[in-house]
Design a protein around this ligand. Structure first.
Ligand SMILES: [Ca+2]
Length: 559
């Protein structure tokens, strides 16, 4: 797909203030990284997203408009209503969307004063006039102290570094700006924030904005945008090369498209950030991550392979380097009032635009800056081993043990891979015995005898009153050599469970598929064909009947 890049310069285009992404005026210059971003959009909404665990019955879409040649697109997606068009706005943080406490838990972050005094820079296109007030509303809602221009925590400048003379406004990029600022702030609550608003979405404007961010003292610079590589990307390398400053970039939201990766994620000087689907689990870590099917990956055609990157499938640089949550279905709650009407200003955002500022904030707290650092400290990353973002037949688009394209080396486990102290192994050792291992068996063993035998007969007649079981909990899927395996935890109420019914189909449209016994909590669908996405739901059945379904979870059988 990738469009060809090129030099096609386009005439100035009016800036759409509405819904969509970038647009705008172009700039002369030599440059442009971008080329073909166009193609991307087509792949966008696909089958992809693994597991709609947090957003059943909804869809998602890109936030920015489809870019023209020589421009970059922002990598944010927003959860929409089922129509796939209308952003699902609400008057409070969306239920199930992630915030500071979730990121702290999932990535074993220090919180507190970590990163205090250091600055995370966010570079985006166009102006969001509400950026500071939206950040204020966000921090207030999640219980963080104010971060304002007045107290020295927040600073907004134009591409030249001036407070004022901002570019024209753009609602799509405005959402991107809010996402970046709020995700960085949630990851490192004590960090300062510098917002650099590039004149427009032309690649040379964004590159100039990065130079400005470096000049103004950023510890890390996050870039949640990109464009398919074109032959002129080497011209931009100097703009993304700032020794002593960590520079991150999102890997894109169109999955593996068989051709070129996104730049600046493929820059030699940038940590390319891929994306995951992040959900809570009963694992010792408390969370499980699989590949977000939209995460970009691929082999650069123009950037030579860094010495620290040892994978053999790409002769030049491979995207990505590391990853963080990006699936909009397991996304982040954002307060965005720009372009809003009616006062419903909360949305759930995802895309690798979410992952980049998270990693930039973690670099800021950890203190490292060189993209080689995570490679030398890979034991402090959570290896992502399942999921896929396309069809390529190898690790460039399929997660595997160790390095893979969609998630790089993995996701942060503390600050160890980013310059800080590694998470002590003690934590890992202690948790399982105390909680997981010991407790579970006791529960499983005790329940059946005590409940099943004695209660069942009575239940059959007693429960009908209406006590059907609640929905099975923690539904999750993995792709294995034997098929797609869905597992779940028993419902919170309604024991004893006589059986579970498994439903399979498209997202939100599953039909009955199989029944398993009430003592089983996993089912392997060996008939799922390779490379096809299926979604599953499970219901529990007791003497009173069948309860409501679990969340939708999906997977692409890839092994
Ligand atoms: Ca991996």
């Amino acid at each position: 797909m990738a469009s060809t890049g090129g030099d096609t310069r386009r005439a100035p285009v009016p800036i759409p203030t509405s819904v969509t992404r970038f647009s705008l005026l172009r700039r002369p210059a030599t440059v442009v990284l971008a080329t073909a971003l166009a193609a991307a959009t087509a792949l966008a909404v696909p089958q992809a997203d693994a597991g709609a665990a947090l957003s059943p019955g909804k869809s998602h879409k890109k936030v920015c408009a489809k870019p023209k040649a020589k421009r970059a697109e922002c990598h944010a997606e927003v959860i929409t209503k089922a129509d796939g068009v209308t952003p699902d706005a609400s008057t409070s943080r969306p239920s199930g969307s992630y915030g500071p406490a979730d990121l702290k838990s999932a990535y074993a972050l220090p919180g507190g004063a970590a990163g205090s005094g250091k600055t995370i820079a966010i570079v985006d296109s166009f102006d969001n006039p509400n950026a500071e007030s939206d950040l204020g509303a966000y921090r207030s809602a999640v219980g963080l102290p104010a971060c304002t221009t007045a107290n020295g925590c927040f600073r907004k400048v134009n591409q030249a570094g001036n407070a004022g003379g901002y570019p024209s406004g753009n609602v799509g990029w405005g959402g991107e700006i809010d996402l970046d600022l709020q995700a960085a702030s949630a990851t490192c609550p004590a960090c300062k924030l510098l917002l650099v608003e590039a004149n427009d979405d032309f690649s040379d404007s964004l590159a100039a904005g990065v130079d400005t961010a470096a000049r103004l003292g950023a510890a890390a610079i996050s870039n949640s945008y990109g464009a398919n590589e074109a032959s002129d990307v080497p011209n931009y390398e100097s703009d993304y090369n700032h020794p002593g400053i960590a520079v991150t970039a999102s890997s894109g939201d169109d999955g593996y498209d068989g051709s070129t990766p996104s730049y600046p994620a493929s820059s030699r000087y940038v940590t390319g950030v891929g994306g995951t689907h992040l959900v809570r689990s009963s694992a010792a870590r408390g969370w499980t991550e699989t590949v977000w099917s939209g995460a970009g990956s691929g082999c650069s055609s123009y950037i030579s392979k860094p010495t620290w990157q040892k994978d053999t499938g790409c002769s030049k640089k491979t995207v990505a380097d590391v990853a963080a949550v990006a699936d909009p279905n397991t996304g982040f709650g954002v307060y965005d009032s720009y372009g809003s009407s009616g006062g419903a200003n909360w949305y759930q955002y995802g895309g690798t635009s979410l992952a980049s500022p998270i990693v930039a904030a973690i670099f800021t707290m950890g203190g490292a800056s060189d993209p080689s650092y995570p490679y030398a400290h890979r034991t402090s990353l959570n290896d992502v081993v399942s999921g896929s973002n396309g069809n390529c037949g190898n690790y460039i688009c399929n997660a595997t043990t160790g390095y893979d394209g969609p998630t790089g080396l993995g996701t942060p486990n503390g600050l160890g891979a980013f310059g800080g102290a590694a998470v002590t192994p003690t934590t890992t050792t202690t948790r399982p015995p105390a909680t997981t291992t010991t407790t579970r068996p006791a529960t499983t063993t005790t329940r059946p005898p005590a409940t099943t035998t004695t209660t069942r007969p009575a239940t059959t007649t007693t429960v009908p009153a209406g006590a059907k079981p609640s929905a099975p909990q923690n539904a999750r899927v993995t792709s294995t050599t034997g098929g797609i395996t869905i597992c779940w935890s028993p419902p919170a109420s309604g024991a004893p469970i006589l059986s579970y019914k498994v439903y399979r189909g498209g997202w939100g449209s599953e039909t009955y598929f199989a029944t398993v016994s009430g003592s089983t909590t996993c089912y392997t669908d060996a008939s799922a064909p390779m490379w096809t996405w299926f979604y599953y739901r499970v219901t529990a059945v007791n003497g009173a009947g069948e309860g409501p379904p679990s969340a939708d979870v999906g997977a692409n059988r890839s092994a």
